[in-house]
Ligand binder design. Structure first.
Ligand SMILES: Cc1cc2nc3c(=O)[nH]c(=O)nc-3n(C[C@H](O)[C@H](O)[C@H](O)COP(=O)(O)OP(=O)(O)OC[C@H]3O[C@@H](n4cnc5c(N)ncnc54)[C@H](O)[C@@H]3O)c2cc1C
Length: 445
C-alpha cells in the first residue's frame, strides 16, 4: 500500500489510550481474516461508518455483500471521533458553494447534509442503538471578542440554509447557560445535530450489518484491485474476493494505489482528542461549565468539545502533521495547554486519555460520493473534512444506492465531480506545516 503517513499512523499505537476503548465489549468483535477465495455480488473495502452503512443498505435490499477491513470494523476514524453529529462536511462557506455550483445543486447539498443527520437518527431507531445521546443542536463559540460578527454571520447562514432560527448568547449570559470560559466571548446555538458515543454507534452498525447477512473479514487489507471479466478480483494476503461491484470506503486510511485513480487526490489530516477524569459537581460549579451542548470554536484550526454524560470533558483539536512518539507527546501537551486556558478552574484535573486518527480532506473542498473514474461498476465515498459521523453513513448509503441502480436521497452533483489533484501530489502532506502555521496566525489576529 502507498499510504502517506509514517507507519506508526497505521498501527494501534494512536488508539492505545483512547477513551472509547472502555466501550468495547470483552471480547471485542473481531472477524476472521480472509484466507480463502470467496465470491460476492458486492465487495466493500473499509469497515467504518461509510462501509458499514453501504453494506447495510445493500444487504437489506437483497445484496450479497463481503466487507473487508485491513484491521477490524470501526478501527479507523469511526471508532476514534468526538461523536459530534452536525452539518459541516465541506470546507467552503455557503456563499462559495452557491457561487461555484449554482443554487439548485447547492440546495441539494444543504438538503443532503440535513438528511445525513436524519439518517443517523433513523439508524439509531431502526437498530435500537443506545448511544448516550445529548446536546440539542450544536453551539458555536467565538474564541475572540472581535469574532462576534462572524458568529452572527454563521447563524444567519444557517437560517438561510434551513429556515431555522439561531439563538445568540452574549458573553454576559454565557455563565448562566453553563458555558463559562475566559476563552469564549459569545455563542450561537444552532438547532440541527446532537452528540453520541461513536464507538457504540460503530459497534451497533457492525452488529446490524452482520445480522443483515454481510460477510465481514478483519485483518484483511486489500493489496491489489484487479479487473477480471465484468468484475473485480481483490487480493488480500492469503485470500481473494471476486465481486461484480466494488465500493471503496477507506477515507483517511486510503492508499494512493487503491485505486490509482485517487492518487494525490485526497489528503489525510490528523485530529486529536483528550478526555479528563470525571469532574465532581463542585469542580463543575467552580468552572461554571455544565452545559450539555456540543461546542466548536471559531478558530480555523478549530477545537471541539463536550461534557460527556459521565462528566468528563472531551476536547478535540487539529494541527499536528507527523505521527511519531515525539509528536504524540507534543500534541498532547498542546491539547492540555489549550484546555488549561479554556478551563482555568480545572488546571488540577488530570488528562486520562489522549488519542488521534486521520480525517480526510479533498482538493474540491466538498465530500466525494460517486463513481470511481476509469473503473466500471465501482464507487467510492470519502472526504468529509472531519465531519463524517453523519456524512459518512449518508455517503455510504448514496454509493450503495448507485450500486443498486437507484436514487432515493438528495445526491448533489458537486459530490460526484472527479476529485481534483492536490498540487504537490504524493508530497501533498508537505503543504500542511505552512497551512497550519498560517491558520495559527489567522486565529490569533
Ligand atoms: C480524532 C477524530 C475526531 C473526529 N471527530 C469527529 C466529530 O466529532 N464529528 C464528526 O462528524 N466527525 C469526526 N471525525 C471524522 C469522522 O470520524 C470520519 O469522517 C468518519 O468516521 C469516516 O468514516 P469512514 O468509514 O469513511 O472511514 P474510517 O472510519 O476511517 O474507516 C476506514 C477503514 O478503511 C480500512 N481500510 C483502509 N485501507 C484498507 C484496505 N486496503 N483494505 C481493507 N481495509 C482498509 C481501515 O482499516 C478503516 O477501518 C473525527 C475523526 C477523528 C480521527
Amino acid at each position: 500500500m502507498k499510504r502517506i503517513y509514517e507507519p506508526l499512523a497505521y498501527t494501534d499505537r494512536p488508539i492505545q489510550t483512547r477513551y472509547w476503548n472502555r466501550f468495547l465489549p470483552d471480547p471485542a468483535p473481531r472477524y476472521a481474516p480472509l484466507r480463502d477465495e470467496v465470491t460476492a455480488e458486492f465487495a466493500i473495502i473499509g469497515g467504518g461508518y461509510t462501509g458499514l452503512s453501504a453494506a447495510l443498505t445493500l444487504a437489506e435490499n437483497g445484496g450479497d455483500v463481503v466487507l473487508l477491513d485491513a484491521e477490524r470494523p470501526g478501527w479507523g476514524a469511526s471508532g476514534r471521533n468526538g461523536g459530534l453529529v452536525s452539518v459541516g462536511s465541506a470546507k467552503l462557506a455557503d456563499d462559495a458553494i452557491l457561487r461555484r455550483y449554482g443554487e439548485p445543486d447547492a440546495r441539494r447539498f444543504f438538503d443532503a447534509e440535513r438528511a445525513a443527520v436524519d439518517l443517523v437518527e433513523q439508524y439509531l431507531d431502526r437498530y435500537a442503538l443506545e448511544v448516550d445521546r445529548h446536546s440539542r443542536g450544536y453551539t458555536y463559540v467565538a474564541h475572540r471578542a472581535d469574532r462576534l460578527e462572524e458568529l452572527h454571520a454563521y447563524g444567519q447562514e444557517y437560517t438561510r440554509r434551513y429556515d431555522l432560527p439561531y439563538e445568540f448568547v452574549p458573553k454576559e449570559d454565557m455563565a448562566a447557560q453553563g458555558l463559562n470560559s475566559p476563552e469564549f466571548h459569545g455563542a450561537v446555538h444552532l438547532p440541527v445535530g446532537f452528540a453520541l458515543n461513536p464507538m457504540k454507534f460503530v459497534l451497533g452498525l457492525t452488529r446490524a450489518a452482520e445480522a443483515a447477512g454481510v460477510r465481514m473479514y478483519s485483518d484483511s487489507a486489500v493489496e491489489a484491485i484487479d479487473t477480471q471479466g465484468d468484475g473485480y478480483l481483490l487480493r488480500v494476503a492469503g485470500g481473494q474476493v471476486r465481486a461484480r461491484r466494488l465500493l471503496i470506503a477507506t477515507n483517511g486510511y486510503s492508499s494512493d494505489d487503491l485505486p490509482g485513480a485517487f492518487a494525490g487526490r485526497y489528503l489525510p489530516v490528523q485530529s486529536n482528542i483528550m478526555v479528563t477524569r470525571p469532574l465532581s459537581e463542585a469542580e463543575i460549579a467552580d468552572q461554571g461549565w455544565w452545559s450539555e451542548q456540543m461546542v466548536c470554536d471559531s478558530r480555523t484550526l478549530l477545537h471541539y468539545l463536550r461534557l460527556l454524560p459521565d462528566r468528563r470533558l472531551l476536547l478535540g483539536l487539529r494541527g499536528s502533521v507527523r505521527v511519531s512518539e515525539e509528536n504524540i507527546a507534543a500534541t498532547k501537551a498542546r491539547a492540555r495547554a489549550d484546555f488549561d486556558r479554556m478551563f482555568p478552574a480545572w488546571r488540577h484535573v488530570e488528562t486520562e486519555y489522549f488519542w488521534s486518527g486521520l480525517i480526510c480532506m479533498t482538493r474540491n473542498l466538498v465530500p466525494f460520493a460517486g463513481a470511481v473514474p476509469g473503473l466500471d461498476n465501482a464507487w467510492a465515498a470519502l472526504g468529509y473534512h472531519g465531519s463524517g459521523v453523519c456524512m459518512a453513513p449518508y455517503d455510504g448509503a448514496l454509493i450503495a444506492d448507485q450500486a443498486l441502480g437507484r436514487s432515493r436521497l438528495p445526491h448533489p452533483d458537486l459530490m460526484q465531480r472527479p476529485l481534483r489533484r492536490f498540487e504537490l501530489g504524493r508530497w501533498r502532506r508537505m503543504s500542511l506545516p505552512l497551512a497550519f502555521g498560517w491558520y495559527r496566525i489567522k486565529d490569533r489576529i
